[in-house]
Design a protein around this ligand. Sequence first.
Ligand code: URA
Ligand code: URA
Length: 196
Amino acid sequence: MLESELKIIEQEVRNCTKCPLHRSRTNIVFGDGNPNAKIFLIGEGPGFEEDKTGNVFVGKSGKLLDKILEACNFSRSKHVYIGNIVKCRPPENRKPETVEQAACLPYLEKQIELINPKIIITLGATALQGLLGENLKITRERGNWKLWMNRLVMPTFHPSALLRNPNLKKDTWEDFKKVITKYRELVNSEHFCKHF
Ligand code: URA
Ligand code: URA
């Protein structure tokens, strides 16, 4: 069963010592949402609140992400599953190192394989580069559909970038409108969104 297969991987992550981040973690942050969701969102890695609680995107960025999803009429418990490039918090919220990302990527790949989403959304430069290639530029790639393992990927900004620079919200909304359109094409033609 899907849930139990995810639990097995989560347990593996709990015991993981493949990179130095395990030494400073309080909790792993495996990811959460509906395992049957058709949309898989990928962030960078746990921050302070996430490390403390073990829950994904629960800090300031998470609150903004909730608002964005709400604007699309996507709920966290029904329409999406959310994971990160690395499952343990990088000290001082620094960007995860390439070796740390490489050590952790197989867990994300298994999550994606099991959940089998129609649409993947990468949030920010780290998720884009971690999944699709380290030379990619977020400012150039965002808003354009890409393919990863035959799956559609929409790169967009990270909510923390929007908190630093609210001017990026307009582009982000354009990216999410493309996701809504694709969701109507591939998943539910009736998906209602009062803003679009
Ligand atoms: N930022 C991320 O990229 N992921 C989280 O889980 C929280 C904040
Ligand atoms: N820089 C980042 O790291 N992420 C963004 O989303 C935008 C700029």
